[in-house]
Ligand binder design. Structure first.
Ligand code: S3P
Length: 447
């Protein structure tokens, strides 16, 4: 993030119901992949609805550094003139991935099997995050890495000259790692195989197919086996990016906990590998109606109508974690307004996101008068019922956009205002968050 040193403190205040229509920006995962796959294909890929958050803009800049021509036209669409599989040029400067784990891990994969050297860095959140999970499998292709201890950024990657394809069984549930391996496999001979026991978001697989790669997916009792044929000629595409369910989660959850709210959130991507939050909210008793279900750009989408609801605490099973991994911070806010205890199991991965999200949320909720327990792999929240959360806390956001937005949503329904130390990271994923919440009637005040 360019503005990481300019902290913008913000306060959210309750009192108004949320009402109206919330137009959510494009999906972040699909936006990164559109730029990277566009850069790896032949011809000009046109992208409609690209998320213009800083994370994605950093990936656009990275693709330029690897030789692709990336521009935005007056019609609002983005155009990527690709260099083809194996066509990446050696960047002349350090690749700055800002705050984005997805950006750096996917690009590390995309360049791993090209005979070029590149150095990657990022902001003070990204340079703390583990890269071993992605560089260990990429080393098996023949790629070399030179980084800080603990495989942290800054990190230099020397792409394999004669890559060998790999067969990799995923030790953790991570779409970033899976995608990095598949992107590396594009420029390797033969077949690259990834086996995942827990299903993670499958945008890379869907999009690779759309760009013309041969990819075979088989499910068995041992998990999902994904087989990619090397050296495809990827052909440019017209991509319409669906609206991001992880961003939609904020106004949806804010409406559920704010008395009198009734909000329409159109055209939200409901890919089953991303839809765990909605299932959980329904189990909690949320009043959510799905209207106009259809398919757009290969992804299921629907309009969601959400109303203030009386909620009950639930146990969220560990096998649901991958399908809602980015939504636990806002779920912990919703759980604070439920009757009874909500237990989120199998959530250890939250500790290595933009911040340690279990700890960050536990601190802010505790300071807001909510009883919270954390263990290594579990977060439990003892709900105080609708309208029952005292609030009044100054919450620390640790350069984490989702933590920041979660606490702002909390303050829309607490008895006393919530203040966050820094709003600036929100621009990485949801640049119009403040305007959108304000237009719905929510009170957010920059301090
Ligand atoms: C993402 C995968 C998830 C998610 C991240 C986006 C992706 O990370 O948390 O925000 O686009 O592949 P992990 O794969 O590390 O769980």
């Amino acid at each position: 993030m360019s503005n990481q040193n300019n902290f913008i403190s913000m306060r959210s205040v309750s009192g108004n119901p949320l009402s109206g229509t919330a137009i959510i920006p494009g999906d972040k995962s699909i936006s990164h992949r559109s730029l990277i796959l566009g850069a790896l294909s032949i011809g000009c890929t046109e992208i409609e609805g690209l998320l213009e958050g800083e994370d994605v803009l950093d990936t656009a800049e990275a693709m330029r550094s690897f030789g692709a021509h990336v521009v935005k036209h007056d019609n609002g669409n983005w155009y990527v003139d690709g260099v083809g599989v194996g066509g990446f040029a050696e960047p002349k400067k350090i690749i700055d991935c800002g705050n984005s784990g997805t950006g750096v891990r996917l690009i590390l994969g995309a360049m791993a099997t090209s005979p070029i050297t590149a150095t990657f860095s990022g902001d003070s959140s990204l340079t703390k995050r583990p890269m071993g999970r992605v560089i260990n499998p990429l080393k098996q292709f023949g790629t070399q890495f030179y980084g800080r201890s603990g495989a942290r950024l800054p990190l230099t990657s020397v792409g394999a000259k004669d890559p060998t394809p790999i067969c990799f069984s995923m030790p953790i549930a991570s779409a970033q790692v899976k995608s990095a391996i598949l992107l590396a496999g594009l420029n390797a001979p033969g077949q690259t195989v990834v086996v995942e026991k827990e299903l993670t978001r499958d945008h890379t697989e869907r999009m690779l197919k759309g760009f013309g790669a041969t990819i075979d997916i088989q499910d068995s009792k041992d998990g999902r086996r994904i087989v990619l044929d090397g050296y495809p000629e990827l052909k440019s595409q017209l991509i319409s990016v669906p609206r991001d369910p992880s961003s939609a989660a904020f106004p949806i959850c804010a409406a559920l906990i704010t008395e009198g709210s009734d909000v329409l959130v159109p055209n939200i991507a409901l890919n089953p590998t991303r839809a765990g939050l909605f299932k959980t909210l329904e189990e909690m008793g949320a009043n959510i109606k799905y209207i106009n279900r259809k398919s757009e750009g290969g992804e299921p989408v629907a309009d969601l109508r959400v109303r203030f609801s009386a909620l009950r605490g639930v146990e969220v099973p560990p096998d649901r974690a991958a399908s809602m991994i980015d939504e636990y911070p806002i779920l912990s806010v919703v759980a604070s307004f439920a009757e009874g205890k909500t237990t989120m199991l199998g959530v250890k991965e939250l500790r290595v996101k933009e911040s340690d999200r279990i700890d960050a949320m536990a601190r802010g909720l505790t300071d807001s008068g909510v009883n919270v327990e954390q263990e290594d792999d579990t977060l439990s929240v003892y709900g105080k019922g609708p309208l029952g959360v005292p609030g009044g806390a100054d919450c620390v956001t640790f350069l984490d956009h989702r933590v920041a937005m979660s606490f702002l949503c909390l303050g829309l329904a607490t008895k006393n205002p919530i203040t966050i130390d820094d709003y600036s990271p929100v621009t990485t994923s949801f640049p119009n968050f403040k305007d959108l919440i304000t237009n719905l009637g929510g009170q957010l005040e920059e301090l």
